[in-house]
Design a protein around this ligand. Structure first.
Ligand code: GTP
Ligand code: MG
Length: 215
């Protein structure tokens, strides 16, 4: 406990973006333990899971959200709402883009939405390791959105690979630098997720099943 005695840095970090962009993979990578399930199928994450990273630099609490998508049904509406409120209750916002898949209008929607975030925001271009990684379309779209909305707001872009880890150190450093100083940690230092254990186990089983059934 010695090292956490005085003032510490701690931040809630909301991770949003379209489904399959690699949000859960990123949270897992940053936290260093498997807290959130990952799969190649869309909309894998149905619950908002907190991954918690506690170290000498402080504590980061990640809100992993289900990928927002066109709300076709009630579940979809609820999931979209959760993604939005996660962004509202956080200190820092990460908008994750899938740099290995073609740019979609949905991505532009996330860029426009980020303009309204009143908290420090990063655009994460994920899957930099992939052969078809193409960041240009995303950066051009951001220029278009800025022009259309008449804003000069600067949002830093970070290109990384959540899957392989490249670039993730840079992101962590930026997050700890931005984390506000608080009198004490938000969560006890020895937990990695506040997601109830039973549900976490159900999720891991579901991930295994999805893999099997998919095959
Ligand atoms: N090549 C590559 N694949 C990645 C990377 N990050 C994630 N993926 C893959 O992308 C797919 C989706 O990853 P998830 O982390 O489940 O994506 P998500 O954004 O949490 O998806 P939802 O929960 O459905 O919103 C999986 O097949 C991952 O293995 C990366 O950095 N590189
Ligand atoms: Mg997910």
């Amino acid at each position: 406990m010695e090292k956490f005695k005085d003032c510490v840095r701690a931040a809630m970090v909301a991770v949003v973006g379209r489904t399959n962009s690699g949000k859960s993979t990123l949270v897992n990578r940053l936290v260093g333990e498997k807290v959130s399930i990952v799969s190649g199928m869309e909309q894998t994450t149905r619950n908002r899971i907190r991954g918690i990273l506690t170290e000498e630099r402080g504590q980061l609490v990640f809100l992993d959200t289900p990928g927002a998508h066109k709300a076709e049904n009630e579940l979809g509406t609820l999931m979209n709402k959760m993604s939005r409120t996660a962004g509202e209750s956080a200190d820092i916002l990460l908008v994750v883009f899938d740099g290995a898949s073609p740019f979609r209008m949905e991505d532009e929607g996330w860029m426009s939405r980020a303009l309204f975030a009143e908290i420090p925001t990063f655009f994460i271009l994920n899957k930099a390791d992939a052969a078809d990684y193409n960041p240009l379309a995303f950066k051009e779209a951001w220029t278009r959105v800025q022009e259309a909305k008449g804003t000069t707001r600067k949002v830093p872009w970070l290109e990384l690979s959540a899957g392989e880890g490249a670039g993730c150190d840079v992101l962590l450093e930026a997050l700890f630098d931005l984390a506000p100083e608080v009198p004490e940690l938000l969560f006890p230092e020895d937990i990695v997720s506040d997601f109830p254990r039973k549900l976490a186990i159900a999720d891991i089983l579901r991930e295994k099943l999805i893999r099997k059934l998919y095959q």
